[in-house]
Design a binder for this molecule. Structure first.
Ligand SMILES: [Zn+2]
Length: 424
């Protein structure tokens, strides 16, 4: 009987000596083995039940394949199983005085393993086939690799599954036209690199990878980034996104709900605008959107606080001198109620109001005064020096400029006049 997990054996003498454990497990195969009768393990038949000779615990790691043996019979002081559903448990032995901390195990395998260990402690017959005391093969460790890098089609696993324990998976230059569904079962995945493939759309189920922090889709055929993905659990986990070298024309408004993003690479797409609530990405530090078709930046861009910004090679327009006026006086009932909903942060959703109204509210324009407008506003363009939002700015054009046009909205004539005074 074997369990694949991470193990750390902590001596309980360490604190007395003023030492601390590393707090980090290593990949191991923990086996419940047949105890050899006095003599060292010989060529005994495997599969023998542990009735006559008590079972022992055997921990093998990649560095120590022969492993370390621990007696189990009447030797367990305590089990710590509070986090067994998360694949973690600790077995405290009497002799030697150590805590065997198991982690990153499959929770159901861990449960059955622990009950077998409990039986062995009581000296009962373990109702599971016991392993023999033989060194663990390197291929055993393969099964719970945490990192896999594939950079050519011929190495892509077609018949074999990806190891369940993968945390970092890269499959580049494999000619993938869609995301392999088997990848979406890798619940421990933190880093997924699918760069240099031919992927056209992303399944919303990528959002089920609850630990995913880094997603690299550089050099694919993506035409959009779906709203479903923006509203998935990626909101809580995704920190780094590279979708450069694709064919994306616009990102949805909801994109700005990916609040944990610190690194965003959008180079070499066909973006004609950035999501206008961009300023909500408060954690963003690195932003690169070079060689797109941006004519101007959204006004909320001013709220960003970046370390690095690259907007080179966009088609920025000269700011217009005259504003575009869309004011309605008096305000329509729709406009004033929408403004009130947004200003007072009244929750809304398509279960209460028609979907198109939700869209209007989602895309409301923010005035410099902090109020909102839907269809009654003044639109003006100004320029901003990009150094005001980023420490390092890659020049916007070949002329050495770091100024870019920004589009601004004003909810009333008063706000527009005030801001004009401010600019002077
Ligand atoms: Zn205003």
């Amino acid at each position: 009987m074997k369990l694949h997990c991470e193990v750390e054996v902590v001596s309980r003498h360490l604190p007395a000596l003023g030492l601390r454990n590393r707090g980090k497990g290593v990949r191991a195969v923990v086996s419940l083995c047949q105890q050899a009768p006095r003599t060292p393990p010989g060529p005994r038949a495997g599969g023998e039940r542990g009735g006559s000779h008590p079972a022992c615990l055997f921990i093998s790691t990649l560095k120590d394949k022969r492993g370390t043996r621990y007696e189990l019979k009447e030797n367990i002081e305590q089990f710590f199983t509070k986090f067994v559903d998360e694949g973690k448990a600790t077995v405290r032995l009497k002799e030697p005085p150590v805590d065997i901390c198991l982690s990153k195990a499959n929770s159901s395998s861990l449960k059955s393993f622990l009950s077998a260990v409990r039986l062995a402690h009581r000296g009962c017959d373990v109702e599971a086939p016991l392993s023999t005391l033989t060194p663990v093969k390197t291929s055993e460790f393969e099964k719970f690799k945490t990192k896999m890098v594939i950079t050519s089609k011929k190495d892509y696993p077609l018949s074999k599954n990806f190891p369940y324990s993968l945390e970092h998976l890269q499959t580049s230059y494999c000619g993938l036209v869609r995301v392999d569904m088997r990848m979406l079962c890798l619940k421990n995945l933190r880093k997924l690199d699918l760069s240099h493939n031919h992927i056209k759309t992303l399944p919303a189920t990528i959002g089920d990878l609850i630990h995913l922090q880094e997603l690299n889709l550089n050099d694919n055929h993506l035409e959009s980034f779906s709203v479903a993905l923006c509203q998935s659990t990626l909101q809580k986990s995704l920190q780094s996104l590279d979708i450069s070298k694709n064919k994306i024309k616009a990102l949805p408004v909801q994109f700005c709900q990916l609040r944990e993003l610190t690194y965003l690479k959008l180079d070499d797409n066909e973006l004609i605008r950035l999501p206008f609530k961009m300023g909500q990405l408060r954690n963003l530090r690195f932003l690169s959107a070079a060689r797109n078709k941006l004519p101007f930046l959204p006004s909320e861009f001013k709220n960003l606080s970046l370390e690095y910004l690259d907007l080179f090679g966009n088609t920025f327009e000269q700011p217009k001198v005259l504003p575009v006026i869309h004011l309605q006086m008096p305000l329509t009932l729709l406009e004033s109620s929408a403004r009130t909903i947004l200003y007072n942060r009244i929750p809304y959703g398509s279960h209460i109001i028609p979907f198109h109204l939700c869209q209007d509210l989602d895309t409301a324009k923010t005035c410099v005064c902090g109020r909102y407008s839907i269809s009654s506003f003044i639109q003006g363009t100004t320029t901003m020096n990009l150094h005001s939002v980023a420490h390092t700015v890659v020049l916007v054009d070949n002329m050495g400029g770091t100024e870019a046009p920004v589009i601004s909205y004003f909810c009333s004539l008063a706000c527009y006049v005030n801001s004009c005074d401010m600019f002077k």
